[in-house]
Design a binder for this molecule. Structure first.
Ligand code: FAD
Ligand code: SF4
Length: 552
């Protein structure tokens, strides 16, 4: 790669002599907190484990992304000793597909769908009798959601009758529904299923100095134009407000003083040196896995079980969203893959997943089962590429050509998300038998699914099949409870709560145990809901920054 990112040894990585706040992690959570605190006039330093990628390298990365020789994690240089991990649970967890280390964090790679949680997501125990309630409700987060939408730049429409209440319009108009959405719309109307737009953190028009989407369709894992929001935007804004960024500086441990406050973050540099960054306040924003890992790595004589872990809950209640979907061939043109992101979805089965529907030409039967929320997605799915199909085919010549022509342009599919119940036994621990490039134990992810989640995935499949059948699709594949996989949204692991015995951070995102240590991350989620998490992460991060500002 070219430019600044190829020469790590030249950069100045000594600590900042005077810092009010040290933010660890430059994904959306860290970048937004750093930007907000720097804008308030505080001296902010940001440490990130990964490099600062040269924006000009995005074109080359797009080329890597569209060639099958390069799996997605490689596009942003994930893998190797730095990113070693173990997956010791019932199910394998593909950690390196679900994150990026570098300035911008995982939003360099993400899809960019951004929804507000529903009100019910904060009250799962009260409403369903399962899991736990959050110590804050939708109304507490509402102003921060609006703020986060303005910061990220969200294109959306207020056409979702199931969404929580909002007062303000989205910053940009929604993207037009895709052609295949219009096919789905007819089937959905006949069955009584509502479709609506997807709020997208990508520019539908010029916004915040970035141009509008030009339809490359490679959003995940890379948007070469910068129309898709990624958190390097706010890292640059933080720098413009005076923050200092130190890249390739993985924090090895947080060190406390006699009073139990964090005094320094000890970090490594590519040149082999170790430094200590002092600050008055520390914000850990390392994502759902590295956040608990860093706290566990920060064990000391004063904190033998890791930092901020008097509850014993650091690393526990790891949760994910599970993908569920189905697809096949349609005897009509679907004109797929003209849009690289989702334009329509359905929240109708979110708060009432068991409901029956009745449309103009059919119905979907109801279910009495105990179920969790379901988000349905209408995918802009083109199916496997003709080259991929040809390479794996058992036929040749005209027969092969006929098969390819039948499939090409006729694939169609639905997706969906289901959030699993938080379980104490699902957790991030340290695997002391393996070490990373700095000799630290790697994270070990223990992950399993509960019966309610499996049932809910089955219910999502039922609805998806009903819609695809109504559309006349010859369904060829289904992703159900047995072959599901994570949506790459790791959550839980340092949960929020009012009771220090039951949680790691308080409703102001500060750890119960350490008075100058806050956490901005999906790791504070109490329950996962079934909606993509990053807008909620961003809203919580802005709330966290407000509370840190109040303390400074
Ligand atoms: C393929 C994919 C698609 C996705 N699509 C969506 C979507 O459509 N909508 C959505 O809402 N979400 C999506 N996500 C999830 C989204 O990317 C994450 O929720 C979000 O990036 C998390 O933000 P964060 O700041 O908490 O963590 P991250 O973005 O993971 O950033 C953490 C940062 O911390 C740094 N770090 C880690 N450990 C240390 C350490 N010890 N010292 C210093 N720095 C450290 C890392 O280098 C990294 O830069 C997707 C994710 C993936 C992988
Ligand atoms: S479709 Fe739009 S957002 Fe996606 S990669 Fe292309 S320009 Fe970026």
């Amino acid at each position: 790669m070219s430019g600044a990112e190829s020469d790590p040894s030249n950069a100045e990585r000594t600590p900042e002599p005077r810092a009010d706040v040290c933010v660890i992690g430059a994904g959306p959570a860290g970048a937004l907190a750093a930007y907000r605190l720097a804008s308030e006039g505080h001296d902010v330093v940001i440490l990130d484990a990964g490099p600062r990628f040269d924006p000009d390298s995005r074109i080359e990365r797009m080329e890597r992304a569209i060639r099958p020789a390069h799996p997605d994690p490689e596009v942003w240089d994930m893998g190797g000793e730095r990113d070693a991990y173990s997956s010791g649970g019932e199910r394998f967890y593909p950690l390196n597909s679900s994150r990026v280390k570098g300035i911008g964090g995982s939003t360099l790679h993400w899809q960019g769908m951004v929804m507000r949680n529903h009100e019910a997501d904060f009250e799962r125990r009260t409403r369903d009798g399962v899991a736990a309630d959050w110590p804050i409700g939708y109304d507490d987060l509402r102003p921060y959601y609006a703020d986060a939408e303005a910061e990220l730049g969200v294109a959306g429409a207020s056409d979702n009758p199931f969404a929580p209440p909002r007062n303000e319009p989205y910053p940009m108009p929604a993207f037009e529904p895709s052609y295949s959405d219009s096919l789905f719309a007819e089937a959905c109307e006949r069955l009584g299923v509502s479709m609506h737009s997807v709020p997208n953190a990508r520019n539908s028009e010029t916004y915040d100095g970035r141009g509008s989407c030009v339809g490359y369709g490679t959003c995940k894992p890379v948007c070469p134009s910068g129309a898709k929001y990624s958190a390097d935007v706010h890292v640059r804004k933080a720098e413009a407000e005076g923050a200092r960024v130190i890249d390739r500086a993985p924090v090895q441990a947080l060190e406390t003083d006699r009073s139990g406050r964090v005094a320094t973050a000890r970090y490594a540099t590519p040149g082999g040196s170790e430094y200590r960054q002092a600050a008055r306040e520390f914000v850990v924003a390392c994502g759902g896995v590295e956040t608990p890992r860093l706290l566990l790595l920060s064990e000391s004589a004063d904190h033998p079980d890791g930092l901020a872990n008097s509850s014993g809950l650091v690393g526990r209640y790891f949760t994910e969203h599970l993908f569920c979907g189905a697809g096949g061939l349609l005897d009509a043109e679907t004109r797929q893959n003209h849009v690289g992101f989702l334009t329509s979805e359905c929240h109708q089965f979110y708060d009432d997943p068991g409901q029956a529907t009745e449309g103009t030409g059919g119905s979907i039967p109801g279910s009495d089962a105990d179920l969790g929320p379901i988000k349905l997605e209408f995918l802009n799915y083109a199916g496997p590429s003709p080259v991929e199909l040809a390479m794996g085919a058992a036929e040749f010549g005209d027969d092969l050509l006929d098969s390819l022509q039948d499939a090409y342009g006729h694939n169609i599919a639905m997706g969906g998300l289901v959030g699993q119940l938080p379980r104490k036994e699902n957790r991030v621990t340290l695997d002391t038998s393996r070490t990373d490039d700095h000799g630290n134990p790697v994270p070990d992810i223990h992950w399993s699914l509960d019966d309610r989640t499996r049932r809910t995935i089955r219910r999502a499949n039922e609805i998806q099949h009903a819609i695809l059948d109504e559309l006349g699709v010859d369904v060829g594949w289904t992703v159900g409870p047995e072959n599901t996989g994570p949506a790459f949204h790791h959550m839980g692991t340092t949960r929020m709560g009012a009771d220090p015995a039951e949680s790691v951070v308080n409703p102001r995102l500060r750890t119960h145990d350490v008075s100058n240590l806050s956490i901005a991350s999906s790791s504070v989620f109490v329950t996962p809901g079934a909606l993509n998490p990053t807008l909620t992460i961003a809203a919580l991060s802005l709330k966290c920054a407000e509370h840190v500002d109040e303390r400074l």
